[in-house]
Write a protein that binds this ligand. Structure first.
Ligand SMILES: Cc1cc2nc3c(=O)[nH]c(=O)nc-3n(C[C@H](O)[C@H](O)[C@H](O)COP(=O)(O)O)c2cc1C
Length: 236
């Protein structure tokens, strides 16, 4: 039974991810791009998934340019690291831009910068001053951030996240949601999502991808690790 359950959950997750990829391709009008052109699409051991926005791909190892004409200047990637340098509404503040500006080539700039996890919906928020990507009003600030990273010569990626059962009630103002009513260690018992709600969350990721593209990011990374919603599908 336990085996069957974990297989089922696994199937649900890969199903959701496939759907997400499909929706992202549709939304970004890259339906006809061959699958290989979606990479990044790195499915790392931590289940962080990177998808490039628009037509074109980067190869971190060969530093080849994608169709968008961007070359990765070295093989070093700055991983996403939450800074809490945003307002309570999720807006970019100048300190976050300065933080990324400080990573110029003279100071050992990285070829690719993955901006920290940003929340795709209010109920997926993890912490008070977390960066947001859940509303169109946030795009101008995100645009400044993407520009600062690209001006320094790096490829700019942003990570998208939904904290699921790890969203603290005192932050989101209600009970968190999850794939089942099994809590994460130390967390609140989450409210189990319906299938329709899961579809809505997929759309939130799609909308967030669109905002990332409009803000000028070269790609997105979907957070599937660290016990947040997507990894909860694997283990709760
Ligand atoms: C302060 C801090 C904040 C972090 N924030 C994030 C984050 O927002 N998203 C994420 O996927 N990983 C986050 N991480 C994890 C780093 O990305 C992770 O350490 C990096 O991927 C290197 O992985 P490794 O330690 O397994 O080699 C954070 C790590 C630190 C130290």
């Amino acid at each position: 039974m336990a085996d069957a359950m974990s297989q089922l959950t696994h199937l649900q997750v890969s199903g959701s991810l496939k759907l997400l990829e499909r929706s992202t391709r549709r939304y970004l009008n890259i339906e006809k791009a061959p699958r290989s052109k979606l990479s990044g699409c790195s499915f790392t051991r931590k289940l962080k998934i990177s998808l490039l926005l628009g037509r074109g791909s980067f190869d971190v190892f060969s530093r080849q340019a994608g169709d968008r004409g961007r070359v990765i200047r070295d093989r070093i990637v700055l991983p996403p690291m939450a800074t809490e340098l945003a307002t309570e509404k999720g807006e970019v503040i100048n300190a976050l831009i300065s933080h990324h500006r400080a990573r110029d080539p003279d100071r050992g700039g990285t070829g690719m910068v993955i901006v920290e996890h940003s929340y795709v919906s209010d109920e997926g928020k993890r912490s008070k001053d977390q960066l947001g990507i859940h509303r169109d009003e946030l795009i101008p600030g995100l645009r400044k951030l993407a520009k600062a990273i690209k001006d320094e010569g790096a490829v700019a990626i942003i990570q998208l996240n939904h904290a699921g059962a790890k969203a603290p009630p005192e932050i989101i103002g209600k009970r968190p949601v999850g794939p089942s009513s099994v809590p994460v260690p130390g967390g609140e018992v989450p409210r189990e999502l319906s299938v329709a709600e899961i579809e809505e969350i997929i759309e939130k990721f799609v909308e967030a991808s669109r905002r990332a593209m409009e803000a000028g990011f070269d790609g997105i990374e979907i957070h599937g690790a660290h016990g947040f919603l997507l990894s909860q599908f694997l283990s709760l």
